[in-house]
Design a protein around this ligand. Structure first.
Ligand SMILES: [Zn+2]
Length: 292
């Protein structure tokens, strides 16, 4: 009986991890009717995109990406405030999925939201800088939290006006207008803030969206680790918290970009998970905001 349970438990865990490892993103149910697996891993549109982890492995095997002179790609595990990641890690499709060094980047999407200040307080407590991929309508709703994000020294990323997962397939004019409107809203709140990154909702990057983001001065950023904290239909409460912790623990490697969410729905499980994860990650890696 006990043995059967153990075996079953192991099987379920393996299945859960296998799913998580796919890195399929379709952020919070609040932004989506259903968390349909529309997002392709780490970011390029279409089903031909390689698995982000394989991608990362391939990139590592191909040698260190050409890091910029500013990047201190020390493999040292001791946290260093001066270390910064390099945006030069972008592969051919123009989507950056790794930091370009040994550093690990935490990215939080779909905010700001009522949960953002709690996350900011935790990051402050551990002196960790992260990257926030914000949504225009959320900035409109919680401008004060965007100000706090910037004041704390985190990096901003454009996550479109209202999280349109199909934006990349629309006309160039529509894509440009959406990204520009989002940047305008951000600059209305934090006029001097730099917006150097773009992440397509659901990771559904298209060549057009990547190109237009580039024209607007933004590097497209995907991810290597997706704990699926957006999938509140699949996990909730403590089960979700444990799922996030396990997935991040097991899949984070030097250079990883970790995807999580501070907005778009109830993020209490994400907050609980990071309470455990932040000190652990900080001990193992140099955590950085994506460089400006
Ligand atoms: Zn999102």
């Amino acid at each position: 009986m006990t043995r059967t349970r153990l075996v079953l438990g192991a099987l379920i865990s393996a299945a859960v991890l296998a799913l998580a490892g796919c890195g399929t993103d379709a952020p919070s149910a609040a932004w989506h009717g259903s968390p349909a697996q529309s997002g392709s891993a780490g970011g390029a549109g279409g089903g031909t995109q390689a698995h982000p982890i394989s991608d990362a492995t391939a990139q590592a095997a191909a040698g260190k990406p050409s890091a910029s002179a500013s990047a201190s790609a020390s493999p040292s595990t001791s946290p260093s405030a001066s270390a910064s990641a390099s945006p030069a890690a972008a592969p051919k499709d123009g989507i950056m999925r790794q930091t370009g060094g040994a550093q690990v980047a935490l990215t939080f999407d779909d905010g700001p939201s009522a949960d953002t200040p709690k996350l900011l307080a935790m990051l402050r407590q551990h002196n960790i800088k992260a990257t926030f991929c914000v949504v225009g309508v959320a900035v409109q709703e919680f401008p004060q939290y965007l100000q706090e994000i910037v004041k704390d020294g985190h990096t901003l990323c454009n996550h479109t006006w209202k999280h349109d997962e199909k934006l990349g397939k629309k006309s160039a004019d529509t894509i440009r207008a959406d990204l520009q409107r989002t940047n305008d809203e951000i600059r209305k709140v934090v006029p001097d803030a730099q917006i150097k990154y773009f992440r397509h909702p659901g990771g559904n990057f298209t060549p057009a969206a990547v190109q237009i983001a580039t024209e607007l001065g933004m590097t497209s950023v995907g991810w290597t680790v997706d704990p699926s904290d957006w999938n509140t239909k699949k996990w909730s409460g403590n089960q979700m918290t444990q799922h996030i912790i396990t997935t991040v623990r097991n899949n984070t490697k030097p250079g990883a970009v970790i995807l999580s969410h501070d907005g778009g729905g109830d993020r209490s499980a994400t907050l609980a998970a990071y309470k455990t994860l932040l000190p652990e990650l900080k001990q193992q890696y140099t955590l950085v905001a994506l460089p400006l």
